[in-house]
Design a protein around this ligand. Sequence first.
Ligand code: ZN
Ligand code: FE
Length: 260
Amino acid sequence: MDTEIHVSPIPAFRDNYIWAIHNRHQAALVDPGDAAPVRAFLERNGLTPCAILNTHHHHDHIGGNAELVAQYGIDVYGPADEDIPSMNRPVREGDTVTLDALGIRLQVIDVPGHTAGHIAWHAPEQHLLFSGDTLFGCGCGRLFEGSAEQMYHSLEKLARLPGATRVFCAHEYTLSNIAFALTVEPDNAALQARARADREHVARHQPTLPSTLDAELATNPFLRCHLPQLRRHAEFSSGRMVDSATEVFSILRSLKNEFR
Ligand code: ZN
Ligand code: FE
């Protein structure tokens, strides 16, 4: 049996990635917002789907569930606290899902903030993290249903995973996130290098993802709120004293909302 695991992007809508975790025969689909590109990918590569893994309830992540379940009869794993169409395997923090077809084990991490029940999927043996709309390349998701405190705590949990973990997020937002990050830390050499590399990826129509947790820790302002230069930026732009990393995070997240 071929046990080698690959992760391939299936572009959808304007800037979504549906991630296919697969070997030569079977594929699990992370956040299939649209069934059509998934079906085309499976057919083109001769793959049989074995499961759907959802991170949260937004339409661009779950829109393909019903159609894929109707066609293939696969299980849908997703956050127990959210309303996920066709979900028959609700999961919670601490749960482990074993996909026998792929020989892979995925752990569930609660990461509320973007939505109230958002989860991330972590494969510790393969060092893979599917972070949905929580952790983005050089950025993080908007706070639709949670507080800044919740989101910051969620990002801190992800930041504690091994640095070599590869980060697969659900959107290609990296370049605009980098543009914002450069306004916060213009002198960060790792960030400048990432900007050059990722601009090149995009120019060649390649994904900027996955990144690694180490790269995010070195460049992503939302994972760097505990550092003095980030606090100074937050104090300067808000015009007040700031005394916690959570407050720095909250200020940066608001600045990013207004950033163009
Ligand atoms: Zn979302
Ligand atoms: Fe999304």
